[in-house]
Design a protein around this ligand. Structure first.
Ligand code: NAD
Ligand code: ZN
Length: 353
């Protein structure tokens, strides 16, 4: 679990107080990985406390994190800093949070990021790392994984060293998220709840978090009686609880299928989950019904026909990536999942999208 968290509107202003006691050798730098959507945004960047050789690296979130990108960042940091950094601070959405986690791990572990995709392969403790979400929904701020696309697979580095040492939850940082993106990333949280609560891995620990996150999503996306500020704060907590819920259970069909789309077509996580989930009434009847209500309420139109022109070979790639996510399928469909979700069945689902 994340051992330290600070919550509150404006809490970003306390970053200096949080970081300074963690500075090593009195001057080893902090490296801030910041979503480049904030470049030239003085409201945010002027409050990043820089001292000594601290530096900001702006990174685009247009594409999801790659293992090669992590390796390049690590090499760049090693080459340009005189000593091991005091810490890595990720500021942004799931993309930047995952990059910060992965970079902090790879600064203390040999080899390449792709070598650590999987469960509990990390040997050495990561360097101090802090997560500051600027959009809510993925739960990346609280999870024990960092999802990376590698040469062979899209898979997380799941380990006890992955979770942040500190998280700053300041909902004000999410105030300018564009509406569609707010919906897609928010629905990632909603889908985490459904997949966790409907899954066979469910236990009382996950359930308690999943139910709370589900209720918050209902308030935010359907009930419609919250101020913007309340809605931002509640979505931040929904994301946290949704992340906690899946950390101790698993996600399900939508995630397994959206990983296939992401791998082949580069479809991003939030929108990809929405595209898939829209067609999963067979597996999650109640969840999909509510999802369609939320979509209608917020006038969100999802892309159609994204698999229309794919070749059989391309379908096969997607199907292989997706069926490779065995724990997700087992959680969703039980021990006999292979007899339910055959490659043919999966293809017919993708063909609807
Ligand atoms: P993102 O980080 O990809 O960002 C989405 C878009 O929103 C980008 O264009 C970004 O620039 C913009 N944005 C972010 N904050 C903004 C702000 N305050 N104002 C304006 N624009 C802003 O989106 P995401 O949905 O949070 O993250 C998706 C990523 O998270 C994927 O790579 C996925 O694999 C990963 N993920 C990780 C976990 C985990 O547990 N580690 C869980 C779910 C998803
Ligand atoms: Zn997700």
């Amino acid at each position: 679990m994340v051992p330290r968290v600070i919550f509150g509107r404006g809490s970003f202003n306390q970053l200096n107080d949080i970081l300074e006691p963690k500075r090593l050798n009195s001057k080893a730098p902090f490296i801030f990985l910041v979503d480049d959507v904030f470049k030239n945004n003085a409201w945010l960047t002027s409050r990043i406390p820089l001292a000594y050789d601290d530096k900001i690296i702006y990174i685009s979130a247009a594409e999801e994190p790659k293992t090669s990108q992590v390796d390049e960042l690590v090499e760049d940091i090693i080459l340009t800093t005189k000593e091991r950094p005091s810490g890595i601070i990720g500021i942004g959405g799931g993309t930047l949070l995952d990059l910060a986690k992965a970079v902090s791990i790879m600064l203390t572990n040999e080899g390449e990021a792709k070598d650590y995709q999987g469960w509990d392969l990390v040997k050495n403790e990561a360097i101090y790392h802090v997560g500051i979400p600027t959009i809510s929904g993925t739960g990346a701020e609280v999870s024990r994984t960092t999802v990376l696309t590698g040469p062979e697979k899209k898979l997380g580095i799941n380990s006890d060293y992955t979770p942040f040492d500190q998280v700053v939850l300041d909902s004000e940082l999410t105030k300018d998220v564009p509406k569609e993106q707010w919906f897609y990333t928010g629905m990632d949280c909603y889908i985490h709840c459904i997949e966790s609560l409907e899954g066979s891995y469910l236990n009382a620990f996950s359930q308690s978090y999943g139910e709370k996150a589900f209720d918050l999503c209902h308030e935010i996306f359907l009930d419609n009686n919250l101020s913007d500020e309340e809605s931002q704060e509640k979505l931040m907590m929904a994301s946290w609880h949704g992340g906690m819920s899946i950390a101790y259970s698993q996600v399900g069909v939508a995630h397994a299928m959206s990983y296939g789309l992401a791998y082949l077509l580069g479809t991003k996580h939030g929108i990809g989950n929405c595209i898939v989930f829209d067609h999963l009434e067979e597996f999650y009847p109640e969840g999909v019904k509510l999802f369609k209500e939320m979509k209608a309420k917020h006038n969100v139109e999802l892309p159609q026909g994204i698999c229309a022109n794919l070749s059989d070979a391309e379908f096969d790639i997607m199907i292989n990536v997706s069926l490779g996510m065995a724990p997700l399928w087992e959680n969703a469909l039980g021990k006999n999942w292979k007899s339910i979700m055959t490659p043919k069945k999966l293809k017919s689902l993708y063909q609807k999208m």
